[in-house]
Ligand binder design. Structure first.
Ligand code: FES
Length: 205
């Protein structure tokens, strides 16, 4: 996800091939990535609310800390919630304007795309493989895809979605002027149309 799309006191569903996860940013700006299932009755925590440095479930208000521990059960205000009540919590970090989550122990720090900044993300109804094998892109050693859009050098990061589509993150050179950013954004829409049209054509053959 783009850092700019997750302001403090916000929770969103992070859709990953392994299922949905609750991604949230506390009032002080700390990120958390947690299972999207309340241990009480299974409500999705991504439908909840961020209260200060904790996440509250929308159903009965159980409140969870950044480390996943249950802090409060409103129906039993005097009860110290048992340690065993906790939400599964995963590694999450922020680098270069992007949020990176990992469901296992991270093998290292996220890649660094020096000189580039995030422009936008968009959903494309084709697989990441189809984007990576497009004639318009070149795969770099760091896993990013390089592409020229509207005369600007850009990078793509592609993430598979559970429905087979792709979330595409577009990065543009940091020095790009506002007009260039608008032009790239438009060119990106056209790139998406070309990919989706090619995909439909392949299906029809
Ligand atoms: S289901 Fe979350 S508090 Fe009840």
């Amino acid at each position: 996800m783009l850092s700019a799309d997750l302001p403090p006191m916000t929770v969103v569903p992070a859709l990953m091939p392994q299922g949905p996860f609750a991604l949230w940013r506390s009032e002080s700006g700390i990120l958390s990535l947690q299972a999207d299932r309340c241990p009480h009755r299974g409500m999705r925590l991504s439908h909840g609310f961020v209260r200060g440095e904790a996440l509250s479930c929308i159903y009965h208000g159980w409140r969870y800390a950044q480390n996943g521990r249950c802090l409060k059960i409103p129906a039993h205000p005097r009860l110290e919630p048992p340690e065993a009540i906790r939400v599964e919590t995963y590694a999450v970090t922020e680098s270069g304007g992007l949020i990176w989550g990992c469901l296992e122990t991270p093998a290292g720090a996220p890649p660094n795309f020096d000189g580039f900044a995030p422009l936008r993300m968009m959903s494309v109804k084709v697989s990441p493989q189809m984007i990576a094998t497009s004639d318009e892109v070149d795969r770099r050693a760091d896993g990013a895809l390089a592409i020229e859009l509207a005369g600007q050098h850009c990078l793509f990061l592609a993430r598979a979605q559970p429905d087979g589509s792709t979330l595409l993150f577009c990065l543009i050179e940091e020095a790009a002027a506002p007009e260039a950013r608008i032009a790239v954004s438009r060119a990106l829409e056209l790139f998406r149309c070309r990919l989706e049209a090619d995909d439909l054509q392949k299906e029809a053959l």
